[in-house]
Design a protein around this ligand. Structure first.
Ligand code: PEP
Ligand code: MG
Length: 929
């Protein structure tokens, strides 16, 4: 075999006046090269690179992404595209000594999509193009295998019908299944040539009926139609959703790869397969993949037949196996990354169809990065870019708690994507969305399908886990869930899934929609019923090694948002370097505190309010002491009370109903009501009636049309200063007490929802006064700071003024996004799906910081604040603090820290490390996406 030198071919365009739309490859030479992913797509670039390296690649040409972009604009292909395609086709025909779909030895081609980023299963593929009523006979003669020829033709009609002519798959499946029934056969391969010819005749009728035209017999017409269908498939719903989830630019477009067909279904010395150079699920260094003899590519990935582990190929065809290993090892060395490849064996000869950087789980990404550093393939600096920050979640995914209940394993499928999922069965993606809403935590569902397709993506997104009865480790379900970091068991063949009847049968038992099952994506087990789940430990030694490489690059600190000691301890274990936000209102939801909190709210005079606050003081002090202890030596930012008070009270409508129905209620109902309202001070049924009326009156007083813009934040502390006083007292008493016990306490008191410097001054004065009082009483002092959240546009505008009073800023980007866009953060989902679908917004601005708009405010406030106070400490504590692109933005903007929920701390650490390292190393090229 030729040695692998991969020349970086200069691309020369002969006709300078026109764009080069079509790039040929074949005969050891390619017009393009592996670096041209933007132009040729990942697949096309890989084919060019492999061809240049002298690997056995079937020749062909790539129509570049610009042609797709133009097609999206004009819904047609230009004359230049047509001309260049015809020239490339003529070149291919000359190289092969064949003519497309004509003559005794007709050239047949595959037409595949391939964009810059691989989008598994999203785009469409057509095989055997060029076959028609005539060339099928030539193929039968040439291959001396009429069955194979007929099978190839019927596959073409089916794929072409579905992908190009938009005919539903099941229209063809019905014909095929009926034929199998008629011939009393079980396997596709049992149908003989005659039966397949009958299928072809039926398929043509299906085409005529649904597409109102004949299946095109002209090979060039087939090619043109297929090319345009690939362009159109860029706009498939599934593709759009995938791009949105993975943050891929809608304007990239796809390339089209046209390549001479090689056949894996020519008989027992032919086959096809896919594989990875290392295990993409758990990262072990093993040759990994699957294949099928006497089959075509789609059979392996679509899950129609369950493939065989690739190691078996060593037994079936040892020479081919060795050659495959040699080639893929070289490819991995060249690309310095795990390769995901496709191959076909035609009559004992190996062809490489594709190679690309392999997608992998977070677990595998970390392990493989470490292996590759050990093997000298990459440096430690490069290694830190080999893991997407969000992938670190995988180390934190739950496991099944097998002790929680009796484990009855129903079936074992393939461990397609690790982790555990427990939920209620649904059989369709729509049902998944209906049951779970758009929140996986709301109602856990497990999407059970025979196999998944891109049309299921919306259901997969909301499901806790996915179970399929067909398909392998590279099936759509497996690849997509791995990318989502979601548990998946694939190819559990013992399970009979009947999507129509909405049931699955296994081990003689029937499971219906709504029944509970548990999945173990790490072992592939499907378990009956609702098991508990166990939190994973983040102390994986390889994860530690990896983070020890990443962390030194980081210049920004990473803190956690945590309100209770348990969360603080958890966050610290994940590497949090402080608490960036302790939402004190969350501390009041405890059973012992809620009655006092409610009494405080219901008080309509200062005296009663102070009495309730007095009861809250020791409880708050205890909470703060717990958090300080957990964060010994690290800063803790405590925010004074923020939320609208009505959140602690019953709903107005509920109260009205209860008042109206009270006179007719029986003793039992009245007792229940009493229990429910005991928190509000109801001691007897007699009290209840009066209490309900008082409550309603107070709730009505507190009622606000727009509570998010209402009596909350510093406005509470300004109208009721005694609340801030109590909280400051609790903070400083706890701080002094802890210090006396040897705990190093660094409190930062944070005032929320500030819009003017006077608000800040008002609250800071209270905090400082109370601090002095406590220090005097206790005879001991602690260092502390008073700062503010920046979560209103006005605060950003006058940040220079506010910085006169505030010693630190923390961006509350949840509210800042809400107030900048004027989107209610609780109701945005009413418009967001349409906005995303229409491309009005590219991303949910509450998930990823809107750098263009909200980001400007962050930048401006930081600059203005530091103008007044050059040492101003600036952080972020909105949800964006744990989202990689936002973290990178924060780094660029010069923030001192980001703060996020404990489970995102690892992600934020890596994102912050990558942001800093990218600047010094220009290491972006090492990213895996
Ligand atoms: C924010 O608004 O970003 C913030 C952190 O505060 P909360 O989410 O509690 O309003
Ligand atoms: Mg806020």
């Amino acid at each position: 075999m030729a040695t692998m030198t991969l020349p970086e071919t200069e691309v020369k365009d002969n006709k300078k006046s026109t764009t080069k739309y079509v790039y040929s490859f074949g005969g050891g030479k390619a017009d393009g090269n592996g670096k041209m992913k933007d132009v040729l797509g990942g697949k096309g670039a890989g084919l060019a690179e492999m061809t240049n390296a002298g690997l056995p690649v079937p020749p062909g040409f790539t129509i570049q992404t610009e042609a797709c972009r133009e097609y999206m604009k004009t819904a047609s292909s230009s004359k230049d595209v047509e001309r260049q395609m015809d020239e490339a086709l003529a070149k291919l025909e000359a190289l092969q000594g064949q003519k497309l779909g004509t003559g005794e030895n007709p050239l047949l081609v595959s037409v595949r999509s391939g964009s810059k980023f691989s989008m598994p299963g999203m785009m469409d593929t057509i095989l055997n193009l060029g076959l028609n009523d005539k060339s099928v006979e030539a193929l039968a003669k040439r291959s001396n295998n009429p069955r194979f020829a007929a099978d190839s033709y019927r596959r073409l009609i089916q794929m072409f019908g579905n992908v190009v002519l938009d005919i539903e798959k099941h229209a063809f499946d019905e014909v095929f299944d009926a034929k199998k029934k008629q011939k009393k056969t079980k396997l596709d391969t049992d149908l003989d040539a005659k039966a397949l010819q009958e299928v072809i005749a039926e398929y043509k009728k299906v085409v005529k009926k649904h597409a109102k035209r004949d299946f095109p017999q002209d090979p060039r017409e087939q090619l043109v139609m297929a090319r345009d269908a690939v362009f159109r498939s860029w706009q498939n719903e599934g593709a759009k959703v995938y791009r949105r989830i993975n943050n891929i630019d809608d304007m990239l477009g796809t390339a089209v790869n046209v390549q001479a067909m090689v056949y894996g279904n020519l008989g027992d010395t032919s086959g096809t397969g896919v594989g990875f150079t290392r295990n993409p699920a758990i990262g072990t260094k093993e040759f990994y993949g699957e294949f099928l003899m006497n089959a075509q590519g789609e059979d392996v990935v679509s899950g129609v037949r369950t493939p065989v582990p690739i190691l078996e190929l060593q037994k079936v065809m040892p020479d081919v196996y060795d050659q495959l290993r040699e080639i893929t090892t070289r490819l991995e060395k060249h690309y310095k990354d795990i390769q995901d490849f496709e191959f076909t064996i035609q009559d004992g000869k190996l062809y490489m169809l594709q190679t690309r950087v392999g997608k992998r789980t977070g677990l595998a990404a970390v392990r493989i990065a470490i292996q590759m550093v050990d093997e000298g393939l990459i440096t430690k600096e490069e290694a830190i870019f080999r893991v997407e920050p969000n992938q670190l979640y995988d180390f934190l995914v739950p496991r099944l708690d097998e002790k929680s209940t009796k484990v009855e394993v129903l079936a074992t499928g393939l461990p397609a994507s690790p982790g555990a999922a427990v939920g209620q069965i649904v059989f369709t993606a729509d049902e998944a969305v209906k049951m779970a809403g758009h929140d996986t935590a709301k109602k856990p569902v497990i999407l059970v399908r025979a196999e998944t397709t891109p049309e299921d993506i919306h259901g997969m997104e909301v499901a806790k886990g996915i179970l399929t009865s067909r398909g392998g480790m590279t099936s759509h379900a497996a690849v997509v869930t791995r990318g989502m970091g979601k548990c998946c068991v694939a190819g559990a063949g013992d399970i009979d899934v009947n999507e129509k009847a909405r049931e699955m049968r296994v081990k003689g038992q029937v499971f219906k929609e709504g029944d509970w099952i548990s999945l173990d994506g790490t072992t592939g087990r499907v378990i009956k019923g609702k098991l508990g789940t166990l939190d994973p430990s983040p102390d994986d030694p390889e994860l530690q090694t990896f983070m020890n490489w990443a962390d030194p690059h980081r210049k920004m600190k990473v803190r956690a948002n945590a309100d209770i000691p348990r969360d603080a301890i958890q966050a610290r274990a994940f590497g949090a370097e402080g608490i960036g936000l302790c939402r004190t209102e969350h501390m009041f939801f405890g059973e012992e505190k809620l009655p006092h909190m409610r009494a405080m709210i219901l008080a309509d005079n200062e005296k009663d309010r102070r009495a309730a606050l007095k009861k809250l003081l020791p409880l708050q002090r205890k909470d703060f002491a717990g958090v300080f202890k957990a964060m010994d030596g690290l800063p803790v930012t405590i925010r004074t009370l923020d939320p609208p008070l009505h959140e602690f009270l019953p709903r107005r409508e509920d109260l009205m109903v209860e008042i109206a129905t009270f006179p007719h209620a029986g003793t039992k109902e009245k007792k229940e009501l009493l229990k429910r309202y005991s928190d509000y001070g109801a001691k007897s049924v007699g009290d209840l009636k009066r209490l309900l009326s008082t409550l309603l009156a107070r709730v009505e007083q507190l009622h606000e049309f727009n509570p998010m813009l209402g009596h909350r934040g510093c406005r509470l502390g300004i109208t009721y200063p005694e609340i801030t006083e109590m909280q400051a007292r609790a903070i400083f008493e706890a701080a002094v007490d802890c210090t006396k016990k040897g705990i190093k306490v660094l409190p930062e008191v944070m005032i929320p929802l500030v819009a003017t410097v006077k608000e800040m001054a008002n609250q800071a004065a209270i905090v400082r006064r109370v601090a002095d009082e406590v220090f005097k009483e206790k005879g001991s002092k602690v260092e502390y700071m008073v700062g503010t959240m920046i979560e209103l546009p006005r605060a950003a505008l006058v940040a220079d003024e506010i910085a006169k009073e505030a010693q630190f800023f923390s961006f509350g980007t949840n509210d800042l996004t809400q107030t900048t866009f004027g989107f209610s953060r609780d109701d945005v989902n009413k418009v967001l799906p349409t906005y995303l679908a229409e491309g009005i917004l590219k991303q949910d601005p509450f998930a990823a910081l809107d750098q263009e708009g909200v980001g400007q405010l962050v930048k401006m406030a930081t600059e203005r604040g530091r103008k007044t106070r050059p040492t101003l400490k600036v952080g972020i504590c909105g949800e964006h603090g744990g989202e990689p692109s936002s973290v990178e933005f924060c780094y660029r903007t010069g923030l001192n820290y980001v703060s996020c929920s404990p489970f995102r701390v690892l992600t934020a650490r890596l994102a912050a490390a990558q942001a800093a390292a990218a600047e010094t190393l220009k290491g972006e090229g090492g990213r895996t996406k």
